[in-house]
Design a protein around this ligand. Structure first.
Ligand code: PGA
Length: 265
């Protein structure tokens, strides 16, 4: 395909950037005690990592009990938030309420939220609030199905371009893009590293269209059925700068193995 012709010099630049491994706990675990146990194990198991940053994204309800966990390489993230700072929004939590609990990252536009009606326009509003509040937005993009005509590429391109609309170039340090093909989330097998590489080139090119060369500083992650057996190959041969992990992030032993596999790369 045409974008194979693009130079791969991005990867040379990216080697200097710390990798980012994000654990999306979704609506788990069942208790504060378990949440603290997972976070404690992950902290102990990863404190010697030098080239990788780790973000734990628990449900809101556990965040205050994890306030003492963040370090210079272990961070706390939220799975969503409301774009308004405050007001009559029953059941919502705003972005500006999060930093007091040392939350520094926010996942936005996960396919499980998009499936519940979250539009790219809503995600864009949220993303702008996140970066204004000085946190890092993890913009999730990915197609539900693949076709032979490349329509999935225009779909992902639109999610990126509209998701980042009116975001200033100054904010690029606060943006991460997580490519998660919907069909790989919760599945048995991840996408092949070769296909991930193809998408990472395409996403990089799209980010350059939006922000210019400065976009090369944005980390692109892969998510969907990542485990301890495929993580290294995905990062190495997929040329991504990190991973977004669901199920395996709730199993500290496996999650630590994934981080250890990726850290030396
Ligand atoms: P999975 O989930 O790792 O369990 O496939 C990934 C995600 O939903 O981000």
């Amino acid at each position: 395909m045409w974008f194979w012709a693009l130079p791969l010099c991005y990867n040379g630049f990216m080697k200097k950037v710390k990798k980012l491994i994000i654990g999306n706990w979704k609506m788990n675990p069942a208790s504060t005690l378990e949440a603290k146990k997972i976070a404690t194990d992950v902290k102990r198991g990863t404190h010697t990592m030098r080239k990788t940053q780790v973000v734990l994204c628990p449900p809101y309800i556990y965040i205050p009990s994890l306030i003492n966990f963040p370090t210079t390489s272990l961070f706390l993230g939220a799975q969503n938030a409301h774009h308004e700072a405050g007001g009559s929004f029953t059941g919502e939590v705003s972005f500006s309420q999060l930093p007091q609990f040392k939350v520094s990252h926010v996942i936005l536009g996960h396919s499980e939220r998009r499936a519940k009606g979250e539009t790219t326009e809503m995600i864009n509003k949220k993303l702008r609030s996140v970066v204004v509040d000085g946190m890092t937005a993890v913009l999730c993009v990915g197609e539900s199905v693949r076709d032979n005509h490349g329509d999935y590429l225009s779909f992902v391109r639109e999610q990126i371009v509209l998701g980042l609309r009116d975001v200033s170039r100054k904010s690029v340090d606060h943006i991460v893009v997580a490519y998660e093909p919907v069909w790989a989330i919760g599945a048995r097998d991840a996408m092949s590293p070769q296909d991930i590489h193809e998408m990472s080139i395409f996403i990089r090119k799209t980010l350059r269209e939006v922000f210019g060369p400065i976009a090369d500083g944005i980390r692109i992650l892969y998510g969907g059925a990542v485990n301890e057996s495929n993580a290294k190959e995905i990062v190495q041969d997929g040329f991504v700068q990190g991973l977004l992990i669901g199920r395996e992030s709730l199993k500290p032993k496996n999650f630590i193995e994934i981080i250890k596999a990726v850290d030396p790369l």
